[in-house]
Structure formats: structure tokens, C-alpha cells
Design a protein around this ligand. Structure first.
Ligand SMILES: Cc1ncc(COP(=O)(O)O)c(C=O)c1O
Length: 443
């Protein structure tokens, strides 16, 4: 049986174990094919950076439920806040009878988001829903139709969000007509091009000023660090040029921080350390530490553009989800999470750089803070992507007690999204497993 002699990983069956395999049979019979599983293991409980499956196997988590449990699995303050809130008020619908925690969360998000201007917030349920609403707000504010987005972007699976998402398969494939008036510009991708911020911005201008006209553009939407696209950080100069262009032309600049926000890059918002002040910011994932919640935060006059009743919903800003988010903010404010995130980022980066020096398979190491990925290639000269190697490493990892995710337009990246409370020992133990997988996949 693989890897049972270490401290945190504990495997008592082969993975997936008999209970996970039986549950997968039930899943196949009862659940639609669409939802994909990176790992064929049914999780039963999780705490901190550790996750236990239905067979009692214990894993180190380098995925955080796709970048959600940044403060760790089931952090005590968050669980306590959810329990208390659930006992007091489970649901009211902010559209029916408002409640104070929703307002408090908006106040705190307004105060924390980058930019010294008056802000307002709006709460929804999922990342995609925040993106949809940000675009609605931008269109209502400007009265213009067009939206410019980027190659390798991921913004979600609802109609506008899926239109803004770059990759056709599987996200858009077979679903018919997409939204109109969406234009796509190249994203600065140092490893594969456009190689420089200046080149990428020149290409962006061609799209925004030639394929459409700036006077027609309601919004530009960008992930300051692309997530699903393969952990590509936008250079500061590129973001500054976008900022100037949007200000000049009255275009709403939206930062999608759904994956890169809430401490994932070592600051609460990635925009902070990139010197970036977008007009609107979308957040979700880490915002409520595991509860479904998203937000749009931005310039008050823009946020007020949709008329009363034009944005909202039955569940958006659910009281327990809001209580969770307030507890998450409390954890950030108490001071331990971000310094730990930075230390984790340093340790992770130095290990990944050592792999680049040692293994030809590792073509690139990139990201920001502890939001880091390696891109695997078949050949360093041609940079041909190696998605098969990524799949092999992911499989090796779960079979040996580590949960890790792939990413990238070509499926060629291994992305690391450890809970920010992961200890040095846990990180080292998990990365030993990943490294063994890399060696096995051809090194
Ligand atoms: C940057 C970004 N935007 C939007 C989304 C969509 O979020 P959700 O899956 O909650 O709809 C994601 C999800 O991965 C994301 O990474």
C-alpha cells in the first residue's frame, strides 16, 4: 500500500477505496454526467489542510475545493458563526425583509476593496452570478453593449459568464448561440506570448478600438491573475495601461478576483499588490470560506445604475453565508492568515523552481504569492504542452494521498491552491508526492 509511513497522509485502502468506488457507481446512476471530478474519491470530512474520504483515507489538500477554503477546511470561527446564524435566521430573502449582516458585509467589503472612492456592494450566490451582475451594472451605467474579455479567461458557466470564458470545450461546446457583443483580446502570457505587457496592450487596443469602438464598450473584464487559464499574473504595466484606457473612454474596468482574491495571492485582493484600482471587483470562492456567496463591489455611482429590482434574487446574501464571510474577514483581520500565505508562497515557489532546474518536463513556474502553477511540456524547445503528464501526476497524487488540480487552456498546468493554513511539514510532505509523480511521468 502506498505511502503510509508519513505523519499527515494516511492511506488505509488503495485509492479510490471500496466505499468511494461504490459511491461512484451510485453517482453515475443518479447524477448527470456533466459535473466533473478531478479526484474519484468521496470526501467525508475535512479540517485545516487535511481531508478524509469515505474509506478513512487521509489526504493533504492542495486544491482547497478549487481555491475556496483559503482559511482552511472547517475553521472554527466560521463554523461557529454559521451555526449561530442558522439557529437565529436561516433565510429571509434580502428582497423581502432585509437583515443587518448583509449590510455589514457590504460595508466591510467597501472599506477593504482597493480604491479611495465611495463604494457599494451587492451579494449573490456564485462566482458566475457575480460576473453576470457586474456586466449588467456596467451596461446599465454606460448604456453601451460591448464587453472586452481575454484569451485563457474563465468567468463561469452561466450564459454571459460562459461567453466570456475562453475555452470552448467543455465550457461552451454544444450549447448553441452565445451572448453578442463580446470581444476577446490576447492576455499577456510571458511563456507563450504575447511576451510583453506592451505587446499585449497593443493587441488589446486593436480589439477594443478596431473590432469595436471604445464608445461602444461598456466593460473590460480581467482576472488580475488568471485561474483556470493556468495561473497567469497580469503584469502591473499592462493593468496600468488598461486602467488609463478605460478611464479615458468611460469604460467600466472589472477585476474578476473570484479565484485570485481573498488572500490567495498573499494580499486580500490580488489587485492591491499589482497597484490596480478596478471600478468593480467580483469575489466569491474564498469570500465565505466554503459557504456559497459572491459579491460585486465597486464605485457607488456605477453600482447604483441598475434601477430598484433590476438586480437581486431569492437567495443572494443568505444569512449563514454572510455570517461565514464576516468570520472569514475576522480571521484575516486577526492577522495570521496573510503572513502565513506569504511564507507558504515562498516555500512553494522555491520548491517549484527547484523542479524546473531538475526536470525537463517543467517548462514554466509562475503565479503570484501562494497561487502558483507549473506548466508541463513535452519539449522545452517547442513548448508542446504535456496534458497527459499532468493527468498522470494528478492520478499519482491522489493514489498517494495528495489532492491536486490541473489547469490551463491546454490542460498542461498543475496548479497549487493549498489552504493558507497549511504547515511547512504538510506542504513538504505533499510536494514530495507531487515530485515523485513528476519523476514517474518522465521527469
Ligand atoms: C476567475 C473566476 N471567475 C468566475 C468563476 C465562476 O465561479 P462559480 O464556479 O462560483 O460560478 C470562477 C470559478 O472557477 C473563477 O475562477
Amino acid at each position: 500500500m502506498p505511502g503510509t509511513d508519513t505523519k499527515d497522509i494516511r492511506l488505509i485502502t488503495a485509492v479510490p477505496g471500496p466505499k468511494s468506488r461504490a459511491l461512484m457507481e451510485r453517482r453515475r446512476a443518479a447524477v448527470a454526467r456533466g459535473p466533473f471530478h478531478g479526484t474519484p474519491v468521496f470526501v467525508e470530512s475535512a479540517h485545516g489542510a487535511l481531508l478524509t474520504d469515505a474509506d478513512g483515507n487521509r489526504f493533504i489538500d492542495l486544491a482547497s475545493g478549487i481555491g475556496v477554503v483559503n482559511c482552511g477546511h472547517t475553521p472554527e470561527p466560521v463554523v461557529k458563526a454559521v451555526r449561530e446564524q442558522a439557529g437565529r435566521l436561516l433565510h429571509a430573502s434580502f428582497n423581502t425583509t432585509p437583515y443587518e449582516p448583509y449590510v455589514e458585509l457590504c460595508e466591510r467589503l467597501n472599506a477593504k476593496a482597493p480604491g479611495a472612492f465611495a463604494k457599494k456592494s451587492f451579494l449573490a450566490n456564485s462566482g458566475a452570478e457575480a460576473v453576470e451582475n457586474a456586466v449588467k451594472i456596467a451596461r446599465a451605467h454606460t448604456g453601451r453593449p460591448a464587453v472586452v474579455c481575454f484569451e485563457h479567461a474563465f468567468h463561469g458557466r452561466t450564459w454571459m459568464a460562459m461567453t466570456l470564458t475562453a475555452k470552448a470545450k467543455p465550457y461552451k461546446y454544444g450549447f448553441g448561440a452565445l451572448c453578442s457583443d463580446v470581444y476577446r483580446a490576447p492576455f499577456p502570457y510571458a511563456y507563450r506570448g504575447p511576451a510583453t505587457a506592451a505587446e499585449a496592450f497593443a493587441r488589446f487596443k486593436e480589439v477594443a478600438a478596431v473590432q469595436t469602438a471604445p464608445s461602444q464598450v461598456a466593460a473590460v473584464i480581467i482576472e488580475p491573475v488568471q485561474g483556470e487559464g493556468g495561473f497567469l499574473p497580469a503584469p502591473r504595466e499592462f493593468l496600468a495601461a488598461l486602467r488609463a484606457f478605460c478611464s479615458e473612454h468611460g469604460i467600466v474596468l472589472i477585476a474578476d478576483e473570484i479565484q485570485c482574491g481573498f488572500g490567495r495571492t498573499g494580499t486580500l485582493f490580488a489587485s492591491e499588490q499589482l497597484g490596480f484600482e478596478p471600478d468593480l471587483i467580483t469575489t466569491a470562492k474564498g469570500l465565505a470560506g466554503g459557504m456559497p456567496l459572491s459579491a460585486v463591489t465597486g464605485r457607488a455611482e456605477m453600482m447604483d445604475a441598475p434601477v430598484e429590482g433590476a438586480i437581486g434574487g431569492t437567495f443572494g446574501g443568505n444569512p449563514s453565508a454572510v455570517a461565514a464571510a464576516l468570520a472569514v474577514l475576522g480571521m484575516f483581520e486577526s492577522g495570521g492568515v496573510l503572513p502565513r500565505a506569504k511564507a507558504l508562497g515562498d516555500a512553494l515557489r522555491s520548491r517549484l523552481e527547484s523542479w524546473k532546474a531538475a526536470y525537463a518536463l517543467v517548462g514554466d513556474v509562475r503565479g503570484l504569492g501562494p497561487m502558483l502553477a507549473v506548466e508541463l511540456v513535452k519539449d522545452r524547445a517547442t513548448k508542446e504542452p504535456a496534458p497527459e503528464a499532468v493527468k498522470a501526476v494528478v492520478k499519482h497524487c491522489y493514489e498517494n494521498g495528495v489532492i491536486v488540480l490541473s489547469a490551463g487552456s491546454y490542460g498542461s498546468c498543475l496548479r497549487f491552491l493549498p489552504p493558507l493554513v497549511t504547515t511547512d511539514a504538510q506542504l513538504a510532505e505533499a510536494l514530495d508526492v507531487v515530485e515523485a509523480g513528476l519523476k514517474k511521468a518522465g521527469g
